[in-house]
Design a protein around this ligand. Structure first.
Ligand code: UDP
Length: 534
């Protein structure tokens, strides 16, 4: 049995060096070592003697390879996106702490040599499939492409061992190559025909994918006490490191400036960025620990609509700030916003940070209509008077992330072993079936009942018998490929079954159908896991 590792110094050697992105990740791992160690001990106690396998794991971070251009590394110190780096650092830490054997690469050459250790070439046009020296591979969309090119026939055979870190998620309709092509689910990314659970997201978007997440630093009681005493009720920090997000925000800034001292962490080279008004105290891009310190003093963390769904609001709330953000009406999506265009998801985003809005909410998170200045101003005044304690959802603590990823590695056998029956994990008895209202997706229909959609239970609902049990009056039943099926169409009293299991999807809705939804319970603060899942 593998022991959990609480000494991360060997992991730091495995990460390699030379790129700013890797330096950022190593600093983060080092800083969080004590938290990981504590969480590992707690998890060990919680799991008792349950069986654990040691896996040989390859981690190939495709977006940091030179072949994809690696546009991220040079921007680490210049205000570029850091969310991906935060997440990868935490993934490395989790897999290492859980005691698995890791190989980490950000180089295509190295990837190639790791995947083909001295195997004889195939004869003529009859290439050999080579044994894969890894049980699991964590990569991203870029890495996936690189592996496919390199592995040839072996790719099909071993793709079930791959996990794709995919920030915004990939819905089944976009993943299914034939269906996406036929029905215009056109994207730059989809079409891989993987099990949708192999895609792992940054936030729990749709349960069709696995929720990977990341962690935020946790405060102990003494630190929480200190924060309570040192908050400046009139200090605000603006969310965003790039000057662009300040454009056109003069009106809000001047309202905010009437009540609070405004701080920013906008990157600049020599001069103050012209987008940032003179009354703002701009610190420039701060190293992560100093950014945390700034959040500890501030009362308000305020978002102006971009970036979407990053780690910073969770860090702010964990450090006792209130997060104020704008409601998007109409919602942003791949249909109407450049940022989401080409992403393999139809998800509608109703605010800058839907997780903060829906999973945390008041008093920590205020989502208001910024077009209404009175509403905006009133929110600021109320926030200044509102007392909140630092808060971090369990699923974003080190222990929560360890628990979740441990469960995935232990139980996500469907991909590696085709004979595993549906309902083996999560256990089938946690299924609760609901017939959604017309136009309602299963993701939402389950949430309406305080439950979460569980795609692995769809096979249990895909039968005439399931319709009968839910007292759905089917005049006729047909089986077709449609990501909304199984479903009931009211006008003709027609029932539809799903023909291709790869298309089972929690996401997706149409006013034409009432969908049959497989829901399950979840652990408080750990939406990815059912009550009986550990
Ligand atoms: N961050 C930082 N220095 C700053 C501002 C932010 O190190 O001055 C960090 C912050 O701690 C967070 C990370 O940047 O973990 C990513 O933040 P964000 O939510 O802005 O997401 P991004 O758009 O960078 O992916």
């Amino acid at each position: 049995l593998p022991k959990v590792q609480s000494n991360l110094s060997h992991l730091l050697d495995l990460v390699g060096s030379g790129k700013e992105s890797l330096i950022f990740m190593k600093k983060r791992i080092k800083r969080l070592t004590a938290q990981w160690a504590l969480a590992a001990q707690r998890l060990e106690r919680k799991l008792g003697g349950t069986r654990r396998d040691t896996e040989k794991i390859l981690i190939h971070i495709g977006f940091l390879t030179e072949e994809t251009g690696d546009v991220f590394s040079p921007r680490v110190l210049k205000g570029g996106p850091l969310g991906e780096m935060v997440q990868w650092a935490d993934i490395l830490a989790v897999l290492y702490v859980l005691g698995h054997g890791l190989r980490i690469t950000v180089s295509l050459k190295e990837l190639q040599s790791l995947l083909q250790p001295g195997v004889p070439p195939g004869r003529g046009n009859c290439p050999l499939t080579v044994p894969l020296p890894f049980d699991l591979i964590y990569t991203d969309y870029h890495g996936l492409q690189q592996m496919k090119q390199h592995m040839g026939l072996s790719f099909r055979k071993y793709r079930c061992r791959i996990r794709v870190i995919d920030t915004f998620g990939t819905e089944p309709a976009y993943n299914h190559e034939e269906y996406a092509t036929l029905h215009g689910y056109r994207t730059n990314w989809g079409y891989w025909n993987l099990n949708p659970k192999q895609f792992m997201t940054m936030f729990p978007h749709t349960p069709d994918n696995s929720f990977m997440g990341f962690v935020s630093e946790e405060l102990n009681e003494t630190e929480k006490q200190l924060i309570r005493g040192s908050k400046a009720s009139n200090m605000a920090v603006v969310y965003g490191k790039e000057p662009g997000i300040w454009k056109g925000k003069e009106k809000f800034l001047s309202i905010l400036n009437k009540y609070m001292e405004i701080h920013g962490t906008v990157y600049y080279e020599s001069q103050r960025p012209p987008e940032v008004p003179a009354f703002v105290k701009n610190h420039g891009l701060l190293p992560q620990p100093e950014f945390q310190q700034l959040l500890r003093k501030a009362k308000l963390f305020i978002g102006f609509g971009f970036p979407y769904e990053g780690p910073a609001p969770l860090e702010a709330i964990a450090n006792g700030c209130i997060f104020l953000q704008s409601r998007f009406s109409p919602p942003h999506s791949s249909l109407n916003h450049e940022f989401f265009r080409g992403k393999p998801t139809s998800r509608e985003v109703f605010s800058q940070h839907p997780y903060a809005e829906n999973f945390i909410g008041k008093p920590h998170v205020w989502t208001v209509d910024y077009n209404n200045s009175e509403e905006f101003e009133a929110a600021i005044k109320t926030i200044m008077r509102t007392q909140v304690d630092p808060y971090l959802p369990y699923e974003y603590t080190c222990e929560g992330m360890l628990e979740r990823i441990h469960a995935y590695i232990q139980h996500q056998e469907w991909a590696r072993n085709a004979s595993v029956a549906p309902g083996a994990w999560p256990p089938g008895y946690s299924l609760q079936a609901w017939l959604a209202e017309a136009g309602r997706a299963c993701t939402d229909a389950c949430l309406d009942h305080g439950l979460v959609c569980e795609p692995s239970f769809f096979p249990f609902l895909n039968s005439q018998d399931a319709f009968r049990k839910l007292r759905v009056p089917c005049d006729s039943t047909e089986s077709e490929m449609n990501h909304l099926y199984p479903a009931f169409a009211q006008p003709g009293q027609e029932c539809y079954l799903q023909k291709d299991p790869l298309l089972f999807s929690c996401a997706g809705a149409s006013t034409k159908y009432r969908r049959l939804c497989p829901c399950r319970d979840f652990r408080k603060g750990q939406v990815a896991l059912c009550q009986a899942c550990l």
